[in-house]
Design a protein around this ligand. Structure first.
Ligand code: THU
Length: 164
């Protein structure tokens, strides 16, 4: 064995909403609102995502399910693809995500799935600016990663396709 690659990731843990910036609070509120628009009749798991763009505007998305299960899409990718289709040149300053069960008001400590992390990584690489991700943590806390690199170390990016 040649050695080991020890990777450290950093996630800020915030005690309560009071520790969020104004923009973060707004983004999280919009993510929570977006979750109300989820179309999730199969999982009853309502997820909302809100993107804050460089120009100060917000973009929302929610999970969209389908009777042919794999045809559905997570809230994060729904928001990201819609945003990039409408505003291909805008940079993303922040992504907030909120998830709850259909008939519950409590937000769950949920982190984005692997496919969404990969898509976030693509846009972070594209815009050459870190994208922080804000999530509900356990016990009213919030988790904030400062870059997708912390959610997806050893990323497969455009550069991975180059010949070495
Ligand atoms: N889901 C999201 O929208 N985002 C996530 O980060 C995790 C999962 C959705 C997909 C599916 O509609 C439901 O939650 C249950 O997996």
């Amino acid at each position: 064995m040649a050695g080991a690659l020890n990777i450290t990731i950093h996630i800020d843990v915030l005690d309560s909403a009071e520790e969020l910036t104004r923009e973060e609070k707004q983004a999280m509120q919009l993510a929570e609102e977006a979750a109300n628009d989820a179309y999730a009749p199969y999982s009853n798991f309502f997820v909302g995502a809100a993107l804050l763009l460089d120009n100060g505007t917000f973009f929302k998305g929610s999970n969209q399910e389908n009777a042919a299960y794999p045809s559905g899409l997570c809230a994060e990718r729904t928001a990201l693809f819609a945003m990039s289709s409408h505003y291909p040149k805008q940079k993303i300053k922040l992504i907030a995500v909120a998830a709850r069960r259909q008939n519950e008001t409590r937000y769950l400590p949920v982190t984005p799935c692997g496919a969404c992390r990969q898509v976030m990584s693509e846009y972070e690489f594209k815009q050459q600016m870190a994208i922080p991700v804000l999530l509900h943590g356990p016990d009213g806390k919030y988790y904030r990663s400062r870059s997708i690199q912390d959610l997806l170390p050893l990323q497969f990016t455009k550069d991975s396709l180059l010949e070495f």
